[in-house]
Design a protein around this ligand. Structure first.
Ligand code: MIC
Ligand code: SF4
Length: 648
């Protein structure tokens, strides 16, 4: 029987399990990378395992999120991450080197390998024909400690591409926006998107990476392209041809579903506030006045993207009343566009050039003004994520963004009257690895340096047999981890300090939450109730650790997003699902819920009878924990579970 690409890579890395959709599989991982905002916790947890060196072939610690340095906290984290990478055998990418996913694609991603990253946009590497999966920090730490990575085998969906993009006005960003329009932010949950078909050959690796990157917004476990001659061309252009191998699906390979996408018929697309799947054609939206444009992020900050933007800006001026901010994705990209004097075209047009980092994408500067309209080439436009609650944020391709910046409004790019040069993929990129520090062979004299804001990760006590806790917050569908644990320049610096960051849990939804949770803690703790796709978005485990620190015992929802569900389990919070959605409707804030016989139920049928003692009725919820997850919950989380197993 023919195999698809996922089966081929998974089989070559299988530690245990079989590749039946839904059943647990353990995979041996080739590469693990962290970024600073999730990395400090991941590395503290790795340190707590007491090993002397990482046990994966390649580990990299990147600095890209916490770059504002408004006080000692960010630079202390950078120092900590540099020293701990040196101590335990990881590469270290210095601040200024750029966004982890862009650099990883340039420097380390390779076809046929498996990489984990402590960031939800790790699937960027799928553009290179690699399985690249976003995970929480503790999952990454355990894998760096030598364990296989376990996940429930996703369904494999084929996205069959045909035709060619109508370049240069239509880009890879428009493809993924169109797919989001069709499938929505829940459409990929429990699935891997495998791209193929004759249209795949029309796309370069950086274009493919834009599509797999933003596949995260579908909720997909990851997305991947074949490795073919376009892959070989890119690898050779970045001086890594030796990393190439061919990778394609066999004839007769099977898929759970096949989705056809005709590249030729794709138009410039735009996501409207406040969700990446709220997509329409730019044309249909036309002539909306804007105040800000931001170009960059791990989705659209490649050399190709920057070159297209510069060609539109050349000899033009950013419209009056518009601010244009540009973050090139990596030092390599920045250096190349500077050498070619493209940055001077950007600056001459009035662009505000920012450093190679996440920047405004995560609210680290560049917030729009109150009630303003911002269009961004980024991947997420959740309410408040930009740092301004009442801003209207749209998402569009870098080409469309540059057009809007000059025109001062959203206009159909092709009808804007502006010029854009066509792009030829370079056969040679500038290669300069001077900002990547390789692991040290002898780490015996290296001390890990911890600033005063860096605090050990708290650990939960083992599961009690009974939960008697209050519903502290009832929420709707598609709650994001930005809703649960906001980011931005005020809160991100506390990522290494759980007690401090816990004060901001649900800050944008309910300012009183953390106080109420603290109060409930001594009386049995709290429960959160949510709708579909709870915890979509980022991989930040702070959206689980901080609620755990505040005494949250269980989260009861209609359905979970993958990474957040794993993070809840990793920190000992019970992830439960309503059996009947009417019971979601009945639940109210302040209800006291009692769940008994937890230990037996978890290892048994996983159907829990809950008594709502406030309203006086009972209802049933379920969990879908596999055996390992059951044990993790019973021990109080992945760290105590790992310690118990290794006899530490
Ligand atoms: C994001 O885009 O939301 C982030 C910031 O990159 C997160 C990681 C984090 O919260 O640190 C992600 O996507 O996983
Ligand atoms: Fe950084 Fe934004 Fe990409 Fe997250 S989505 S890694 S914040 S650029």
């Amino acid at each position: 029987m023919g195999k698809n690409i996922i089966e081929k890579i998974f089989e070559a890395h299988l530690a245990y399990g079989d590749l039946k959709a839904g059943s647990p599989v353990g995979l041996r991982v080739d590469q693990v990378y962290t970024q600073d905002a999730t990395g400090t916790m991941a590395w503290l947890q790795f340190e707590a395992m007491g090993l002397d060196r990482v046990k994966v072939p390649l580990a990299v610690s990147y600095i890209d999120h916490n770059m504002v340095q408004s006080n000692f906290m960010n630079p202390d984290d950078h120092k900590f991450l540099q020293s701990i990478a040196a101590k335990y055998g990881a590469y270290f990418s210095r601040p200024g080197n750029g966004i982890c996913h862009q650099i990883h694609l340039e420097q380390f991603a390779a076809p046929g390998r498996i990489a984990l990253g402590t960031d939800s946009h790790t699937p960027t590497g799928g553009g290179m024909g690699m399985i690249a999966i976003g995970v929480g920090g503790l999952d990454a730490a355990t894998v760096m400690g030598g364990s296989p990575f376990e996940l429930n085998m996703p369904q494999v969906i084929k996205i069959h591409l045909k035709g060619k993009l109508q370049r240069p006005w239509v880009t890879a960003m428009d493809v993924i926006l169109e797919i989001l329009r069709r499938l929505t932010v829940k459409g990929g949950v429990g699935k891997i998107m495998e791209y193929g078909g004759p249209g795949a050959g029309d796309l370069s690796v950086p274009e493919r990476a834009t599509i797999t990157n933003m596949g995260a917004e579908l909720g997909a476990t990851t997305s991947i392209f074949p490795s073919d001659k376009r892959t070989k061309f890119y690898l050779s252009a970045i001086g890594r041809e030796a990393d190439w191998m061919e990778l394609k699906a066999d004839k007769g390979a099977r898929y759970a579903e096949v989705i056809d996408v005709d590249l030729s018929s794709i138009e410039p697309m735009i996501a409207q506030p406040h969700s990446p799947d709220n997509v329409v054609t730019v044309k249909s939206l036309g002539n909306t006045k804007i105040d800000q444009v931001c170009i960059g992020s791990c989705t659209n900050s490649s050399y190709q993207a920057m070159k297209a933007v510069a060609s539109i800006l050349k000899d033009n001026t950013v419209a009056e009343g518009v601010n244009l901010l540009i973050n090139p994705g990596s030092k390599q990209v920045y250096e190349m566009i500077a050498k070619e004097k493209l940055t001077s075209d950007m600056i001459a047009a009035g662009a505000r050039m920012l450093e190679a980092s996440c920047g405004p994408c995560i609210g680290m500067g560049g917030a729009p003004g109150s009630g303003q309209v911002s269009v961004r080439s980024f991947n997420r436009n959740f309410k408040g994520r930009s740092g301004t609650k009442d801003a209207s944020v749209y998402l569009a391709s870098p080409v469309s963004c540059a057009v809007f910046a000059v025109k001062g409004e959203i206009v159909a790019p092709r009808e804007s009257g502006l010029h854009i040069s066509s792009f030829k993929e370079p056969s040679k990129y500038l290669i300069n690895r001077n900002f990547i520090i390789p692991p040290k062979a002898d780490a015996s004299d290296i001390n890990v340096i911890k600033g005063p804001n860096i605090k050990e990760a708290p650990v939960k006590e083992p599961l009690q047999d009974k939960i008697n806790a209050e519903v502290l917050l009832k929420l709707g569908d598609n709650i994001t981890t930005d809703d649960i644990m906001p980011a931005g320049s005020k809160i991100l610096p506390f990522r290494s300090n759980i007690p401090a960051i816990s004060e901001f849990v649900f800050e944008n939804i309910d300012k009183t939450f953390s106080n109420r949770a603290e109060e409930a803690k001594s009386k049995g703790g709290g429960i959160i109730v949510g709708g579909e796709n709870y915890g979509q978005g980022s991989s930040r485990e702070h959206a689980a650790i901080a609620p755990m620190f505040l005494g949250i015992q269980a989260v009861i929802v209609k359905s979970f997003a993958r990474i957040h569900r794993s993070n809840l389990i990793n920190f000992g919070i019970l992830p439960l699902q309503f059996e009947n959605s009417e019971d979601y409707d009945r639940a109210e804030n302040g209800d006291q819920l009692v769940i008994r016989d937890l230990n037996a139920t978890i290892s048994g049928a996983q159907k829990y009878i809950i008594e709502n003692t406030t309203q006086g009725y009972t209802f049933t919820v379920v969990s879908t924990l596999n055996e390992r997850e059951q044990e993790i919950i019973k021990k109080g989380g992945l760290l105590p579970y790992t310690r118990a197993r290794s006899g530490m």
